[in-house]
Design a protein around this ligand. Structure first.
Ligand code: IP8
Length: 245
């Protein structure tokens, strides 16, 4: 059983204060992972108050690149420092976490298609480690370097590792309907298009509509839930909204 878990940037950092880890919510998430002690777990985290402001400062996004190595390093370094903090917390709780930095291995080709070689992550899993990846800046053929989000990594990892379960833990308790109630299950985009808004073209970082569309195509059930449901998800129970394509 291989599980890919994303801890959203808003869960692990205080989004209102630059470069601040949310020690309390991160601590609770780390405790849930340590208590569940799941086999073959890959963790991905987003940036929150790390990385995004550096990316904005240098006008780098998933589509707009830079060939300024200092800018690339600055963005990566911010994300790496957050990754260090998360890995350190996991290790201190007894979770055999190891960092995996996408900048060192991943690439976007000239068509902007993203690929993440998974040999090292898969071998880490085989050896009982918990690889911890993060949204990052990656080399992009013809564009210098561009941003890869945690969500994109989740999709690549889930497909490439043939994951059995995917969990997206953010500050919302699930995909919400028009009355702000959690939709328990989504099996087709048409069922929820009116609630989520049919078009997501303006949201390059991937709003909920884009996320749901991607997750429906994964081939593994994906759970979208809030921090309070992380223990349930890790115990193998349904949590928040389950998206099954
Ligand atoms: O928070 C951001 O990852 P995300 C990565 O998952 C950056 O969008 C800004 C380098």
């Amino acid at each position: 059983m291989t599980t890919v878990l994303k801890l959203g940037g808003s869960v692990v950092t205080d989004k209102a204060t630059p470069e601040t880890v949310d020690e309390e919510t991160l601590g609770a998430a780390v405790e849930a992972v340590a208590d569940a002690d799941p086999a073959r777990l890959v963790v991905v985290h987003g940036g929150g108050s790390f990385g995004h402001h550096n990316a904005e400062k240098h006008a780098v996004s998933s589509t707009d690149g830079t060939d300024d190595a200092e800018a690339v390093f600055e963005i990566h370094d911010a994300m790496r420092r957050l990754n260090d903090a998360i890995v350190a917390r996991l290790l201190a709780a007894g979770v055999p976490a190891l960092p995996v930095h996408p900048l060192s291995v991943a690439v976007r080709d000239a068509e902007a298609d993203f690929s993440l070689p998974l040999d090292s992550t898969a071998t880490m899993l085989d050896e009982g480690f918990v690889p911890v990846l993060h949204g990052d800046v990656v080399a992009h053929a013809g564009s210098g370097a561009t941003i890869v989000s945690g969500d994109e990594l989740v999709t690549s990892l889930a497909r490439g590792l043939d994951a059995d379960r995917v969990g997206l833990c953010s500050t919302v308790p699930g995909v919400l309907d028009e009355n702000d109630e959690v939709i328990p299950e989504i099996t087709s985009f048409e069922d929820v298009a009116s609630v989520l808004g049919g078009s997501d073209t303006t949201d390059v970082t991937g709003g909920m509509a884009a996320k749901v569309r991607e997750l429906l195509e994964l081939g593994a059930p994906a759970h979208v839930f809030g921090p309070g449901a992380l223990a349930d998800f890790l115990a193998g129970d349904d949590a928040g909204t389950v998206i099954r394509g």
